[in-house]
Design a protein around this ligand. Structure first.
Ligand code: SF4
Ligand code: SF4
Length: 317
């Protein structure tokens, strides 16, 4: 797949079509950011809110992240303009919906303005444990089956970005949210330089360089998508991996992070984990593992990562 690279400080301004005119007029600009715990939804929201405030706009921001650490849904409303009365965006009133996870993006589509709303969504799939339809390994998942092409047909302007994979190629999958900030930046009337300054306030100092690369990658990706959509398409952007395909499960256990607490062993519904002689968790009976991801969500030390690999589509989640 060809992707624009992260080199160069910014793309040409004439390639952009900012839609922030609404914020200059009386109406507030409404940006809804959604995802699941641990993806960095709140950081996206803070970077935008801080930038808008620095430009003299009144800003209202609200967020919900109750079960965030356990893979629960996280969302944040950001509204800015000359005057903003309410912190929440009514249904059908979001100018932009930024989704860090594919199914979460689809769940919030009703909040987009039907005629002008912009949908920017990572194709990343985080399948919740409850999506397993039964306890047989490789069984089908109840997960959204819509492809990006189908979704794009229902929104005024839509972009399905392989943001997490782009971040992985930069060497840090955690900057997937910043790839999306880069994409978002092209839809608002703030300069790239101002975005970069705002971003630098919210990321650890040692990761500023990779975050700026991720920002430029997302920004350039949108420019490319607008001028030459075929060039930036990948299998993941053409078709979200269908939910009902067989997949195989791969557990990645980071031994250095495992504190031997035994939680995963006790709570695995299939009893296929155990602590080894060094008291580190290991998958003792891989043939029984259904990929339900409970161990990943319950491990307090984030030592387990469950990969669901589809033979037809490559990594599906
Ligand atoms: S829950 Fe995490 S820390 Fe506890 S035993 Fe399992 S892998 Fe180790
Ligand atoms: S090892 Fe983890 S993913 Fe596999 S069945 Fe047990 S809890 Fe679910």
């Amino acid at each position: 797949m060809n992707r624009p690279n992260a080199s160069g400080s910014s793309i040409e301004s004439e390639q952009l079509r900012p839609i922030a005119a609404a914020a200059k007029a009386r109406e507030p600009m409404n940006v809804l950011i959604v995802g699941v715990g641990g993806q960095g939804v709140i950081m996206v929201s803070k970077a935008l809110a801080s930038l808008a405030q620095s430009k003299g706009f009144e800003v209202k921001q609200s967020e919900v992240h109750g079960m965030a650490k356990r893979g629960g849904t996280v969302f944040s409303h950001v509204r800015f303009g000359p005057q903003v009365w309410s912190p929440t965006i009514p249904k059908g009133e979001a100018d932009i919906l930024v989704a860090l996870e594919w199914a979460e993006g689809l769940r919030w589509l009703a909040y987009l303005k039907p005629d002008t709303g912009i949908f920017i969504c990572d194709t990343k799939r985080i399948v919740p444990p409850f999506a397993c339809l039964n306890r047989r390994p490789g069984s089908p998942l109840r997960y959204s089956r819509e492809t990006p092409a189908e979704v794009k047909a229902h929104v005024a302007e839509g972009y399905a970005i392989d943001a997490t994979h782009m971040a992985e190629e930069l060497g840090n999958e955690r900057v997937g949210n910043v790839v999306l900030i880069g994409a978002l930046s092209t839809a608002l009337d703030f300069s790239a330089e101002d975005w970069e300054k705002s971003l630098a306030q919210f990321v650890p100092k040692k990761t500023i360089a990779v975050n700026l690369d991720a920002f430029r990658l997302g920004r350039n990706w949108i420019a490319e998508a607008r001028t030459n959509p075929a060039k930036i398409e990948s299998p993941a952007t053409k078709t979200a991996a269908p939910a009902h395909v067989p997949y195989s499960v791969r557990l990645e256990i980071t031994a250095e992070w495992c504190k031997s607490c035994d939680i995963c062993v006790k709570l695995c519904p299939e009893r296929c984990l155990r602590l080894n002689e060094e008291r580190i968790a290991e998958l003792a009976q891989p043939e029984k593992c259904t990929g339900c991801r409970l161990c990943e969500l319950l491990c307090p030390d984030f030592a387990i990562k469950v990969h669901l690999d589809s033979p037809k589509q490559g990594v599906a989640a």
